[in-house]
Design a binder for this molecule. Structure first.
Ligand code: IZC
Ligand code: ZN
Length: 411
């Protein structure tokens, strides 16, 4: 079936099938008075000026003089977890560091306890509500990590919950195995045994196709660069591409590992060094920055300008999780990208669409509005691109189209 979206005041989109880096991150396509012709779930044609005359059998969507962009891609979330951690609020407000809360058995480990106690169905229902709201905010694809099980049964339960969520609702999910999120209490005295447990799980995850990526939290007191490299290389042998949480708090070398093993992405990068930036540029690794976490932990923002100047493609994501970022509003992340990370609106748009798609291994299929790509689109309550960065705090998505179908509309 064909669908014509007409009366688009401004169509703003990055172009291409791979991550945009350097100057090209900000060189997006802006079409005025535009239209988009869809065939089923694909984009058939994009143009400026008068729309092709189509017969009455074609569905028409009137964009009513609004802005249209690609659907947003949230490239970093810890979507599936049991409970919340509001009891940490007072500690955080007193300035108790995130890693100290973890070292005392709280933080990630308290979410592990609650996730182990939850059933798969409870996890699915809880995350479904989040995905419904994410979709309404314009998110059409979302990466989702395990990492709150840290044992075989619960890691598999989380990954199966992600698979089930992918079937039950329209947001496409990108599953990531994050067994290396923390060393669980029962292995505190025997890290090697936990490393071996993770390695033993990889063939099972690969066999059931439960994850596309493997991720590691490489940080002081969590996993070392050597341990990170070991688990990521083992996962590569099973067909899982690499991601890494690095330089969130301390630069201990995880970003160098990312470049060396040609990871798809390195995430956080608040404390990145010039050496780390070179490693990412050489590895063709996407830098996924998480400014809402900087906001929530009262930390500095990652040096995006230095990365863009060095030719590293930059993506922005929410980092939604119950500890360091209990919010998933990617529109707020876009505002922070503009105001705190010092990226232009055009660079931010690329960061939450094409470059985020590249971090999720999907830049050939999604992330831009071009003939041949999947029809994932947002029609905004905005007349131009500047407007969505100028306003903040309210949902400015008007209509969200996933795979050629309207899945959310404000009406
Ligand atoms: O639950 O605290 N940073 N992992 C690494 C997190 C934050 C999630 C959490
Ligand atoms: Zn994370």
């Amino acid at each position: 079936m064909k669908t014509l979206i007409h009366n688009i005041a401004v169509l703003a989109t990055p172009v291409g099938q791979k991550a945009a880096c350097g100057m090209s991150q900000g060189e997006i396509n802006i079409l005025h008075d535009a239209y988009i012709l869809l065939e089923d779930d694909r984009i058939l044609e994009v143009g400026e000026g008068s729309a092709p005359s189509v017969g009455p059998e074609i569905q028409r969507i009137d964009a009513c003089g609004r802005l249209v962009t690609p659907g947003l891609v949230d490239a970093h979330t810890h979507l599936v977890f049991g409970g919340w951690r509001e009891h940490e609020l007072a500690l955080k407000r007193r300035g108790v560091p995130y890693l100290e809360i973890l070292a005392q058995g709280g933080g990630i480990l308290s979410t592990v306890k609650m996730t182990r106690e939850a059933t798969e169905e409870e996890l699915v229902e809880k995350a479904s509500k989040v995905l419904k709201e994410m979709l309404a905010l314009g998110v059409t694809t979302c990466e989702a990590k395990s990492g709150y099980g840290l044992d075989e049964a619960t890691e598999l339960k989380q990954l199966r919950a992600i698979r089930e969520l992918g079937k039950r609702q329209p947001v496409e999910l990108v599953p990531t195995y994050l067994g290396a999120h923390a060393v669980p209490k029962e292995y505190k005295e025997d890290r090697e045994a936990y490393m071996e447990l993770m390695e033993a799980l990889l063939p099972k995850i690969a066999e059931e196709k439960l994850a596309e990526f493997c991720d590691v939290f490489c940080e002081t007191g969590v996993f070392t660069p050597d341990e990170s490299e070991r688990i990521l290389l083992a996962a590569q042998k099973h067909g899982l591409r690499s991601k890494i949480h690095s330089d969130e708090i301390d630069a201990i070398g995880g970003t160098n590992v990312a470049g060396k093993i040609r990871a798809a992405s390195a995430e956080h990068l608040i404390a990145i060094t010039p050496e780390g930036i070179s490693a990412l540029a050489e590895g063709g690794t996407v830098a996924v920055l998480l400014p809402a976490t900087s906001f929530y932990l009262n930390k500095p923002y990652a040096p995006a300008r230095a990365m863009i100047e060095a030719g590293v493609p930059v993506a922005l994501a929410s980092d939604f999780n119950p500890g360091s970022c209990p919010g998933f509003n990617l529109q707020l992340v876009m505002n922070l990208g503009c105001w705190k990370v010092n990226m232009s609106p055009e660079e931010v748009l690329t960061a939450v669409t094409l470059n985020a798609a590249a971090a999720c291994g999907r830049a050939e299929r999604i992330g831009s509005v071009e003939a041949g790509k999947q029809a994932d689109l947002v029609i905004w309550d905005a007349p131009n691109l500047e407007y969505i960065f100028y306003r903040f705090g309210e949902n400015l998505a008007n209509t969200v189209i996933k795979n050629g179908k309207i899945q959310y509309t404000k009406g």
